[in-house]
Design a protein around this ligand. Structure first.
Ligand code: SF4
Length: 359
């Protein structure tokens, strides 16, 4: 069989643009408008398989299926809705893996927290996902499907997407950038409403800026760097993989990224009670932020069973925030959502996998 243009390694059509689907149809010996029909059925009508696209000739649908070509939608395995309406979806892939996605609604927004990998190799100690290591990176269709599935399940158009679910996006950067392009052009989420969060991979930030410019031209998405500690020793305790990437190098790379893209960087800081939430840590953090076009997001830790870290008190969170503000740092505190339903990243997935093993 001749190589089909643009298809991902798993022969999925989801993730392709209208133009690429037209080229695909022409390559298949069909007219270009057939590609536009597939586009409309995938992105607007939410078709889950080729057979449901009744406007396509049956013979062609059968021939595509015989070649193993598919839309590439995921199967829902479990959904859990928290008291605050936060929705957690577990979805199954064709190779039997489980992906966790979260829909976080407010009056004006619906934010989808998407995963970029199955598992994660970074091993952050406070994170349930990091406990199981990495299985594999996600394909474009598997990333985009998470947003479409939340749209369908919550009957609402997502307004924001954050790459803060399972995985380290910079270890799957090509598929993440292709997904951003698809989410922007085909699902209608403005690039400014998309955030890519990284714990930091040495020497990748300037490359990310260049690659993003090549692929999606002007970079408008937000880069969020998960710092979580204001000094190297504490950071390595919380994030063992940080030993290969000193904070000073991260900040240097962030400055290069800002120069190349003209975009502000945000820093994520998870507050672990009694560990990195003292006044001296806020002062150290404020020193690191000096001279930076940045914003700090504080997150109060959501406990996981595997670790003994504590959630800080609300008054400690408030004091930490005030100290940063008094030092001139732009800061916000992220509200915890879905706390009654395993709010920590990867927790629901890990529990479900354990249950499947037991049964
Ligand atoms: S916090 Fe993010 S980078 Fe760290 S282990 Fe979890 S998923 Fe990976």
């Amino acid at each position: 069989m001749r190589k089909l243009p643009h298809l991902s390694s798993n022969l999925s059509l989801l993730g392709l643009s209208s133009k690429k689907l037209e080229e695909f149809a022409l390559h298949e010996g069909e007219q270009a408008f057939r590609g536009r029909q597939i586009y409309e059925w995938i992105y607007q009508k939410g078709a889950k398989n080729l057979d449901s696209i009744s406007v396509l000739p049956k013979k062609w649908r059968d021939s595509l299926q015989n070649k193993g070509i598919k839309i590439g939608r995921l199967d829902e395995i479990r959904r859990v809705v928290a008291e605050d309406s936060t929705l957690k979806l577990l979805m199954g892939t064709v190779d039997g893996e489980i992906i966790e996605t979260v829909g976080i609604p407010t009056d004006k927004r619906l934010t989808v927290c998407v995963s970029s990998q199955i598992g994660c190799p970074m091993g952050c100690r406070f994170c349930a996902t990091g406990k199981g290591g990495l299985n594999r990176s996600l394909d474009v269709n598997e990333i985009v499907d998470q947003v479409i599935s939340i749209r369908e399940t919550m009957h609402r158009r997502p307004t924001h997407v954050v790459f803060m679910g399972m995985g380290e996006p910079l270890l799957n950067i090509r598929n993440v950038l292709d997904s951003i392009e698809c989410l922007t052009n085909d699902i209608g989420i403005g690039q400014r409403k998309i955030t890519v969060s990284t714990v930091g991979i040495p020497d990748t930030l300037p490359d990310l800026a260049k690659l993003a410019q090549e692929r999606i031209r002007k970079v408008k998405f937000t880069l969020a760097v998960s710092l979580h500690a204001p000094n190297q020793d504490l950071r390595e305790l919380i994030i063992p993989s940080a030993s290969s990437y000193p904070i000073s190098s991260i900040l240097k790379d962030c400055k290069k990224y800002i120069e190349l893209t003209g975009r502000r960087v945000s820093f994520e800081y998870i507050l672990l009670g009694g560990l990195n939430d003292k006044d001296m840590h806020a002062e150290q953090l404020a020193n690191l932020m000096r001279g930076f076009q940045s914003h700090v997001n504080l997150i109060a830790y959501n406990p996981i069973v595997e670790e003994k870290f504590k959630r800080p008190s609300q008054s400690r969170v408030n004091s930490f925030r005030e100290l940063l503000e008094n030092k001139g740092v732009a800061v916000s505190v992220r509200a915890s959502r879905g706390r009654d339903k395993d709010a920590a990243c990867g927790q629901l997935r890990r529990q479900t996998i354990e249950k499947i093993k037991i049964n």
